[in-house]
Design a binder for this molecule. Structure first.
Ligand code: CO
Length: 285
């Protein structure tokens, strides 16, 4: 059985987003424009309220899905269509922006740690102008499975007999948060067609003898298994994989479409107040 290897290591780049919040970006930087089907990965990680309190006021999205996973902190999500949702530590939100959403993501705390990830997953051409949709997942709604020193919270996909609440039918994405104790190995069979990455956010780990340093995105080569060792110290990381869409990607900020014309249309729609075409359904799990 061929094992996945590290194809590239991308160090996180500090980027100012929203109203001046520092995020640590890996996918969506000059070093890695995208990793089909993933368009962006931001890690927010700060215990300084000055650095996060301004949050992410109203901004648009069109053409893709966002998945926000909160590790610590509390954020209120509101959109221009009246939907509201709370993102709490250990919970997640899957948002299909599709034809268009304008929303805000605002911290609901004035001190303490704010930590988590936002991932953008591309939509295929046939879905880009479909209706928006949401799924909010409470911390209790994310199941976990502990096996041989690895505790795996399953946000999407399946680990052993545990299936996550988020389903992304276009990419069959898997998204795990893995806490590995020192001296143990995490092993998982994967579909060799899948593309993906590992991002270590606590401790350090290794893969096939190659180090997985803290706050770096490790792009995985194709293979039938992922084997990660925490030889000398505990580690915590996310592993995310999905089926590539293989379609042209044209991005301009918060709009990701297949052609330049579609991007110009999105900009025109936004300027004349027609970006939001359909009120989204809001489902809680
Ligand atoms: Co947003």
């Amino acid at each position: 059985m061929s094992a996945c290897r590290i194809e590239r290591l991308i160090p996180a780049l500090a980027v100012s987003e929203g109203a001046g919040v520092t995020v640590h970006r890996t996918i969506g930087t000059p070093a890695l424009r995208n990793l089909d089907p993933f368009l962006m990965l931001d890690h927010f990680n700060s215990d300084d309220p000055e650095a996060y309190i301004a949050g992410f006021p109203d901004h648009p999205h069109r053409g893709f899905v966002t998945v926000t996973y909160m590790l610590n902190g509390h954020m209120l999500h509101q959109d221009s269509m009246g939907n509201r949702g709370n993102l709490r530590a250990g919970g997640a939100q899957w948002m299909k922006a599709a034809s268009g959403i304008i929303h805000s993501e605002m911290p609901q705390q004035s001190d303490g740690l704010m930590r988590g990830f936002q991932l953008w997953i591309n939509l295929p051409a046939r879905e880009k102008m479909s209706d928006p949709d949401y799924q909010e997942i409470s911390p209790e709604g994310i199941p976990s499975d502990t096996h041989d020193g690895a505790t795996v919270r399953v946000i999407a996909g399946q680990y052993r007999n545990t299936r996550g609440p988020v389903a992304d039918p276009n990419t069959q994405a898997l998204y795990f948060d893995v806490a590995l104790t020192a001296g143990h190995q995490f092993a998982h069979r994967v579909d060799p067609q899948m593309r993906g990455f590992i991002y270590v956010f606590e401790g350090a780990a290794a893969m096939q003898g190659q180090a997985l340093p803290l706050h770096h995105l490790a792009v995985l080569s194709g293979g039938e298994s992922v084997d990660i060792d925490a030889a000398t110290q505990a580690a915590r990381f996310i592993i995310v994989m999905g089926r590539p869409l293989g379609e042209p990607i044209v991005q301009s900020g918060p709009f990701v479409m297949n052609t330049r014309d579609e991007i110009e249309q999105a900009m025109r729609d936004y300027h004349i107040g027609k970006l939001v075409q359909k009120k989204a359904k809001f489902a809680e799990k």
